[in-house]
Ligand binder design. Structure first.
Ligand SMILES: [Zn+2]
Length: 490
């Protein structure tokens, strides 16, 4: 559990090298990952501060490789005896489970690497005037409340500083320092039983790697007023029709579409059958890599940990594997899965550096990082102009997808009808449904680099116990043909 602190926590000096030298003889190979995370979180609802917290979490995870089996033990006791005890626990687990191993791992899955990564930033967290910061959120909440019909005006922000140091007995030495911001501004409007939410998503409000400079308050205030007005507009809007027509998804809904129907099904541990929680298996089979037409030729999806500032950018995964941009899907063809070196070895398939842990006390597993839909060439206006009857949807509101990541049903906050090549009426309660591969094979146009927007979420859940992790998704707007849309609650 995070320790709640009233003041800036004391920076703890933990000597990872010294700790490693004390435990390196406990197994055939030993890895040590130290994580220290400081989080500021502020929530203001209807002008009243609700949460104002500063938390510190820190601890170390020891990995031991014995006779082809890797096991883990973590500790928040960072004394010599605490680290030695964790190493012995990990070694005992590895020794006991080695005779039942599913695959003989070796140092090939923990290559020797050294390097450093620092999130882009102009200012450090210390730069922040915390009292002033809360005042700004109060003002943002006030701007969202453009009418008495706005029953909830929510302004939330987080700033997280994470340091990760990874060292191993075969000479890996990796230092990564992340500075991340999260922003959530939303207005809920109500008129009787009609309740509508509108959230602010865009370059001024997103999960992003940056320092306090990411908060452009003057712009945020203007945007909050717009969001408040759009929530009111939704109260007056007609319901989305039940119809099959052309659908344009804005980047802030593409985020969810990519996450649920591309990211999760391509996780190799799901394909191996390890991961069954949270709609856990996958329709994708090992033989599909290199042959499955996932989408039309316009579909290019990358694992891209190198996009500067995107929420899940990093230089190495938590097994020390250097992270590089790779095409998962190229010109519609499925090429590569989301699996780290362990899953790649087990399946004999190419993967990426996505073996990631959710914290100091969780073992890494195959996760998404930044999964992006690469831009195309069609201006949004041209997409709209090409449609006789269609719908444009923004901002995810709800989602549901089956265990194989096949059939899905997603709801958005806000939509506009498209008639004879023009955006017309606002529509409320817009939803659409589809089946993953046919849906992506109805992709007809992909927006330009100028319209490519990056978002992130800190809430991708997976594993048992739950491991919530940060992921990033970037996309331009996209046009899909002949999609079943419907109104009402999703
Ligand atoms: Zn997820």
């Amino acid at each position: 559990m995070p320790i709640q602190l009233a003041l800036q926590p004391d920076p703890l000096e933990f000597d990872s090298d010294a700790a490693l030298s004390r435990i390196r003889g406990e197994a055939d190979w030993i890895g040590l990952r130290f994580v220290r995370e400081v989080s500021h979180r502020r929530t203001v609802r209807n002008g009243h501060p609700e949460q104002s917290s500063l938390s510190l979490e820190q601890g170390a995870m020891v990995e031991a490789l014995i006779d082809g089996q890797i096991a883990y033990a973590s500790t928040s006791d960072l004394s010599d005896s605490g680290i030695i005890e964790a190493a012995r626990k990990a070694a005992a687990l590895a020794r006991a489970s080695a005779k039942f191993k599913v695959f003989p791992f070796s140092e090939a899955q923990r290559p020797r690497r050294t390097g450093r990564y620092v999130s882009p930033r102009r200012f450090e967290l210390d730069f922040l005037d915390l009292a002033g910061f809360t005042d700004r959120l109060i003002e943002a909440s006030r701007r969202l409340r453009v009418s008495d019909k706005i029953v909830t005006a929510m302004a939330q922000a987080s700033l997280v500083d994470t340091q990760v140091r990874y060292v191993s007995s075969n000479g890996s030495d990796i230092d990564q320092q992340f500075l991340m911001v999260g922003q959530h501004f939303a207005a809920i409007a109500r008129d009787g039983s009609n309740v509508q939410q509108r959230s602010l998503n865009g370059p001024t409000a997103r999960c992003w790697q940056a320092g306090p400079e990411a908060f452009d308050w003057e712009h945020l205030y203007v945007e909050c007023e717009r969001v408040g007005r759009e929530a009111l507009e939704l109260l007056e809007a007609d319901n989305c029709p039940d119809e099959t027509l052309d659908l344009i998804l804005a980047p802030d809904q593409m985020l969810l579409q990519i996450h649920e129907s591309v990211g999760h099904p391509l996780e190799l541990d799901r394909i191996l059958g390890d991961e069954r929680n949270y709609a856990g298996w996958s329709f994708v089979k090992p033989e599909d890599f290199g042959s499955l037409r996932y989408g039309t030729e316009l579909m290019n999806v990358t694992f891209n940990p190198t996009l500067k500032g995107e929420f899940a950018s990093y230089a190495f995964d938590d097994g020390g594997n250097p992270a590089s941009r790779e095409h998962l899907i190229k010109d519609g063809l499925l090429l590569r899965g989301l699996g780290g070196l362990e899953s790649q070895a087990r399946l004999g398939l190419p993967g990426v550096a996505n073996f990631r842990s959710a914290g100091w006390n969780r073992a890494p597993i195959d996760r998404m990082g930044n999964i992006n839909l690469e831009p195309g060439t069609t201006p949004l206006n041209d997409m709209v102009a090409s449609i006789r009857r269609g719908i444009y949807m923004e901002a995810n509101r709800s989602w549901s997808i089956d265990d194989y990541r096949n059939k899905f049903q997603f709801g958005c906050e806000y939509a506009r009808l498209i008639e004879d090549g023009r955006l017309t009426r606002v529509l409320k309660n817009p939803n659409y449904r589809g089946v993953t591969v046919p849906f992506w094979n109805s992709l007809k146009a992909v927006g330009r680099p100028e319209d490519f927007q990056a978002f992130g979420t800190p809430y991708c859940g997976k594993g048992e116990p739950n491991q919530v992790i940060r992921v990033g998704h970037a996309s331009p707007p996209c046009l899909f043909t002949a999609v079943e849309v419907f109104g009402g609650g999703a």
